[in-house]
Write a protein that binds this ligand. Sequence first.
Ligand SMILES: [Zn+2]
Ligand SMILES: [Zn+2]
Length: 278
Amino acid sequence: MLPADSHVHTEWSWDAPTGSMERTCARAIAIGLPAVAFTEHADYTTWKVADDGPDADEDLTALMTPEGTVTPPELDAVGYLECLQRCRDRFPDLRIVSGVELGEPHWHGAAVAAVLSAGQFDRVLGSLHCLPFGQQIYEMPGLYQQRPAEVVIRGYLAEIPRLIEGSDAFSVLAHIDYPLRYWPAAAGPFDPLAFQEEFRHALRAIAGSGRALEINTEGPLHLEIVRWWHEEGGMAITFGSDAHEPDLLARRFRDAIDIAEACGFRPGASPCDPWARI
Ligand SMILES: [Zn+2]
Ligand SMILES: [Zn+2]
């Protein structure tokens, strides 16, 4: 049996215009996925958008201020939870878990507390999408335009312990490999071994806090990172496609399951449970 897809976006996420909670549920039934967590974005960081380039994004450009910054629209938690209930009524055979993905929650304690008090969110992900550089905050494409690629990775992994220490609002660290999605081709193939110490340092901080690590299947999958998680004392993992449209639900889960099993993790009693170390 497939594990739950614990990281999915729908039309309730500001950056998922082609998302659909209802069609994602239908897709889950069609592919035999027993459970799905809809973890919509709650992002409060204002960042400076990268200039046009291979990663320029038209939807993002539409949200840009004249100064070139973007502040994402707020999550409509009430509307989202109503939609979730409609889907639970319509798809009684599917386990539908409520959730939210908090961007940089350690920088936005009050806003995070406010959104979490708006309703029941069973799966709360903590994410790092942006980092400061100079006087501005940038997403990954903007950082790679201005800094050597290895400096971006080291800066990202160094911020993870601060994210862990600075917020207890989330139980799962999402996509620790987020910057790898944007790794510039000019920097050559990405080698996780070149950053082993930095990864282990971040993973120790997550493990020490008792939180779970997500295997996110949107980016490249590196078995080494999950092995280091186990070696650094990580107790649990979840699986997340980070799908922003129904067809990408549970993408590459077979590969992620193989990695999790090879690294010493096994399913829990329910498909919604994180996989536990053996
Ligand atoms: Zn994310
Ligand atoms: Zn996401």
